[in-house]
Write a protein that binds this ligand. Sequence first.
Ligand code: NAP
Length: 256
Amino acid sequence: MQAHKPHLLILGGTGDAAAFARAVATAYGDRIQMTSSLAGRTRAPASLPGAIRVGGFGGPDGLRAWIIAQGIDAVVDATHPFAVQISAHAVLAAAGAPLLRLERPAWTPGPGDDWRMVADIAAAAALLPTVGRRAFLTVGASDLGAFSGLPCVYFLVRMVDVPDSPLFLANYDIVAARGPFSKSDDARLMKDHRLDVVVSKNSGGDATVSKLDAARAAGVPVIMIARPPDAAGGGSDRAATTEQALAWLKRVVGVD
Ligand code: NAP
């Protein structure tokens, strides 16, 4: 009789989720079944080992039904720290399957940084015209609307895909790119576009930290948007690194 193959669901859409999926494939090969779930926000997702499903589940009930139907043995929520809805749904829907929140630590300012901390996107937009007039806007496609009422500000908007329709910004250019980025490339972007302020979510991690390194080197201030309150709310185990998440997986599903 063939042994039960554990089925892992990774809630993804981040570089950390992709790195974890690759690490699981390297560690366990085909001894584990793995499905990565993506919201479907980007046109061409990065290639991933295992199965990929795309699109919302239809709320926590839909996610729970999917987890039960697929016989999921463990769930790793590796979604972005600002993707609070899906993380809250994961806690509600895990249906008895062990749940791990994989979340990288937030960035913290160091010597030479000039960060203006704000609580949310709206506060960043309100503060922006008092800090600079040429902004490097790196908050992701879904949060650009908050900056639409600022005709006095030029925006260099970095996003994964160029949208089909114009942005609701008066004065902007788009640089379409997927991280990781380099400090030298970001320094060049900032110099070429004469940017005098960076607007960033406190995403954490190495893939997009280069804009902060470039801003520090150029003496450019950063409007840093704080993470929203923890959506998992203590309802899951936690890991900050791929290695910790792999150790958790080994413990809960017992694969060698
Ligand atoms: P969200 O507000 O937490 O979620 C909104 C809805 O999108 C969820 O209720 C769910 O729909 C669906 N969804 C989100 N992530 C999903 C996933 N991995 N698989 C299947 N459905 C998912 O999320 P968001 O902020 O829009 O982020 C969407 C995706 O982009 C996430 O995968 C996240 O990791 C990634 N991302 C987000 C940010 C950011 O700043 N928010 C940055 C980088 C990457 P249903 O209720 O129908 O299930």
